[in-house]
Design a protein around this ligand. Structure first.
Ligand SMILES: *Cc1c(COP(=O)(O)O)cnc(C)c1O
Length: 349
């Protein structure tokens, strides 16, 4: 089959979860964020594996995303929905035993009277989702009486340990929640790495589980191997690909491989003339990506290889999601969640 193979290493995933789990005290629960289909890795498979490794709480962005998690985890697993609850979600939440994080006074007023489980999200400075301090203070008694499953907030700058906003948000979170007995959570991957002050009762890492920065010690989880579909000789002065962007300076051997920007390998990765920034790997040997990235194909200079490979790897321990992100001017999160549906996805236990 001439599509690329995307391999998801579930052992590396669960190892990463355990490695993040031991960063916090045994009394702190480590949850897992599996939004955007488990950062592109498959929310069902990922949550099943993490659940077996010991994760008891999961987070998704939208109610619809919680269904796959519910179907692949034990019944007592808690599944929270960051975006809260609108009328359209209510049936999905109820039918799948999902817990919304209430983000506005309207949601709080509606939900605290239903007797259904809920959590509350507070805004401590990111200004994206959650109750403002004055809104929370006005509803505090009503919320606490209704017994929230969690009270959480999200850090905007946790991947920059020295950013002053971390301490500001931490202080704001404590000011709003000190003395309350409901479980509290502030840290995603970055916050987990900021240290014990940021852990509260539950950490909720996402990207670190999947091998991405800021968890620099993470094991790589995703690898991509791409079939070579044609090779050719390109003479000096001939060009390769759209816009004639690359010109052969020597007689070159090139390989055309079956992956492109429709597979999340953005065009930006091939927009570098002098200092090519992305390699394809034949085993451990780097071969430069040349010319423009097409929708379904990438061209590679394999002149220096002593053989014609059947496959070349673009995501490998030699070139991680963060390396690709740097080359494309983005972040590992975006690489992971852009990889798309065309791959032959293979799970390695
Ligand atoms: C995405 C997200 C997380 C997980 O963040 P990572 O940086 O991937 O660890 C945690 N909490 C909230 C509110 C999020 O939106």
């Amino acid at each position: 089959m001439a599509v690329a193979t995307l391999t998801i290493d579930l052992t590396a995933l669960t190892d990463n979860w355990r490695a993040l789990d031991v960063k916090s005290a045994p009394s702190v629960q480590t949850a897992a964020v599996v939004k955007a289909d488990g950062y592109g890795c498959g929310a069902g498979r990922v949550s099943a594996a993490l659940s077996k490794a010991g994760a008891k709480t999961f987070f998704v962005a939208a109610a619809e995303e919680g269904i796959a998690v519910r179907q692949n985890t034990p019944n007592d697993t808690k599944i929270f929905v960051f975006s809260g609850c609108c009328d359209a979600d209510h049936q999905i939440l109820k039918a799948n035993n999902l817990i919304p994080l209430l983000n506005s006074p309207e949601q709080v007023n509606h939900f605290t009277s239903t007797g259904e489980k809920f959590g509350v999200q507070l805004d401590t400075g990111m200004n994206r989702l959650g109750l403002e301090p004055n809104e929370f203070n006005a509803l505090r008694d009503q919320i606490i009486t209704a017994d929230p499953q969690i009270i959480m907030s999200h850090l905007a700058c946790a991947d920059e340990p020295n950013h002053p906003q971390n301490a500001q948000q931490h202080a704001s979170f404590r000011e709003m929640t000190d003395g309350l007995t409901a479980p509290k959570s502030l840290a995603a991957t970055g916050g987990t790495l900021l240290g014990a002050d940021y852990h509260f009762d539950l950490t909720r890492p996402g990207v670190g589980l999947y091998g991405g920065a800021p968890f620099t010690d993470a094991k790589p989880v995703v690898s991509v191997s791409v079939p070579v579909i044609q090779t050719r000789i390109v003479e000096i002065g001939e060009t390769v690909g759209y816009a004639a962007f690359w010109t052969a300076k020597r007689t070159s051997k090139t390989a055309t491989i079956a992956v492109g920007y429709a597979d999340g390998l953005t065009r930006q990765m091939g927009n570098h003339t002098n200092d090519h920034r992305v390699n394809l790997y034949a085993g451990g040997t780097p071969c430069p990506l040349i010319g423009r990235v097409s929708m379904d194909m990438i061209t590679v200079d394999i002149t220096d290889l002593d053989h014609i490979p059947t496959h070349l790897d673009i995501l490998t321990p030699h070139q991680t999601v963060d390396d690709l992100a740097n080359a494309a001017g983005t972040i590992g999160y975006e690489i992971l969640t852009s990889l798309g549906a065309r791959y032959n996805r293979v799970y390695k236990a």
